[in-house]
Every structure is written in C-alpha cells, then in structure tokens.
Design a protein around this ligand. Structure first.
Ligand SMILES: [Ca+2]
Ligand SMILES: [Ca+2]
Ligand SMILES: [Ca+2]
Length: 250
C-alpha cells in the first residue's frame, strides 16, 4: 500500500468510527432513559410490596457485579417502579419497558425488541430483577471491556445469527436517521454501509464476526464510550430518598 492510499484510509477510518458511534448512540440512550425516566416522579410514592429481597440476596447480587449493595438497593427501587406500571407482578414485561422508554405501551420497535431480549437472559419472556441488574452492570464504568464489546456485538446481531450482517447495519442506520429526521439518498446510505463493512469485515467474508468486531472496536475505542454509563456509579445519588433501608457502608 502506498502512502497516499494509507493516509486516505486513515481519514476514512476516523469518519467510519464517528458514524459507527452514531449507530451505537441509541443503545446507550435506551439504557440511560430507562434509568432516569422515573427519577422525576420518585418523590414519595412507595411501590406496592413485591417479592422481598433479603440483605443476603442484595449482597450476593452486588458481589457478582461492580455495583455496591446500596446501588443494588437503589436499582431495586427503580425496578419496582418500572415493573409495577402495568402488571404489578414483580417482573418487567416488554410493554412496561416500552412504556418507560417511549411513554406508550404499544407499537413495534427494533431496538426495544433487541434490548428486551438481551435483558431476558433466561429467555422466559419477562425480565427478573437479577437479569435487570446483571445487564445494567455491563454499562457500569468498572465492568470489563470484553463484556461491553460482547454486549454491543449481541445487540447489533439483531437476528442472532452470530454475525452482524450488512442488512442489520442498514436497519440500524435507517432507524437512527429516521429518528434524527435526516434523509439520505439510497446511494449515500449504501456508501456509508459499504465503507463501514470494508473497515470492519477484516476477513472479507461479507459479515462481521466476533473477531472482526473486536478488532474494529479496538481500532475505534470511541465506540466503547457508548457502552459505559457514568451515571450508573451515581445511581444512589440519583435516588437519594432510597438510601435508606439497610444503610450499608460500602
Ligand atoms: Ca427472564
Ligand atoms: Ca446477524
Ligand atoms: Ca468477516
């Protein structure tokens, strides 16, 4: 490769990184919205009694995540609020997640479906509290980088084929542009996707596998910023009225 083409490749890589960052933004927006959608209405309205987690339960959950016991307790209050909006059975249903994120219990959304699937680790159609904490923990600033990379890969593998295909990137880009009110010609859209693939598909087999993805993300570390939600460290500060029940020193 001569110096001219290598320098133009460098420039285009930066642009691709920016574009892919834009593609990742909805994911972090979703998680952020989920956490803070209810912070404004948290004054004092104690949610109904649900399955009680003992201190030992909370401690066990805290020990398996980067969260402290107080943070798990704050997440418990958030979860109670989220999961009592429609069914009030101690489980988070897809309609409730949709209501929290979009203020409506109805309608289809590609990202919502994928986010819900990723939270529902046991694939039983509802999100349990431990699944909720476990998935959120991936966005914690102290969560291992490999977990963040892996989660982002699984998020974008919308059809769960084990690869991120061109069609999946296309769908994401289309949804983002729609939400941003931006209209691009089909050619421009195709060219964004082509350039992204040329950069990400290292073994050039037309799909992004985990190794391709890992290398791509490491070349564009800005992507990983979107996999960290700094506010998760301040979850107890976001819900000060709930630092409270056990008053554990972390
Ligand atoms: Ca589940
Ligand atoms: Ca796929
Ligand atoms: Ca590939």
């Amino acid at each position: 490769m001569n110096s001219t083409s290598s320098s133009s490749l460098g420039t285009s890589s930066v642009n691709i990184g920016k574009k892919f960052c834009a593609v990742l933004i909805p994911l972090i927006d979703f998680i952020g919205a989920l956490i803070f959608s209810f912070s404004g209405c948290f004054h004092y309205h104690r949610p109904p009694k649900l399955h009680q987690y003992t201190f030992q339960d909370l401690l066990r959950i805290a020990n398996s995540t980067p969260f402290t016991v107080n943070e798990v307790e704050a997440l418990r209050e958030l979860f109670k609020k989220l999961c009592s909006s429609i069914y009030n059975d101690g489980l988070l249903h897809k309609e409730e997640l949709r209501l929290a994120l979009f203020k409506t219990g109805e309608g289809e959304n590609l990202f919502l479906d994928r986010v819900f699937d990723l939270f529902d680790e046991q694939k039983n159609g509802v999100i349990e509290f431990e699944e909720f904490v476990h998935t959120l923990s991936i966005f914690h600033p102290h969560a291992p980088m490999e977990k963040k990379i892996d989660f982002a890969f699984r998020f974008y593998d919308l059809r769960q084929t084990g690869y991120i295909e061109r069609e999946e990137v296309r769908q994401m880009v289309v949804v983002i542009l729609q939400e941003a009110g931006v209209e691009l010609s089909d050619e421009t859209l195709a060219s964004i996707i082509d350039t992204t693939f040329a950069d990400a598909d290292a073994d050039m087999d037309g799909k992004i596998n985990k190794e391709d993805w890992m290398a791509f993300v490491l070349r564009h570390p800005a992507l990983l910023k979107n996999m960290t939600l700094p506010h998760l460290q301040d979850i107890t500060a976001a819900f000060p009225s709930f630092i409270f029940n056990t008053e554990v020193d972390d």
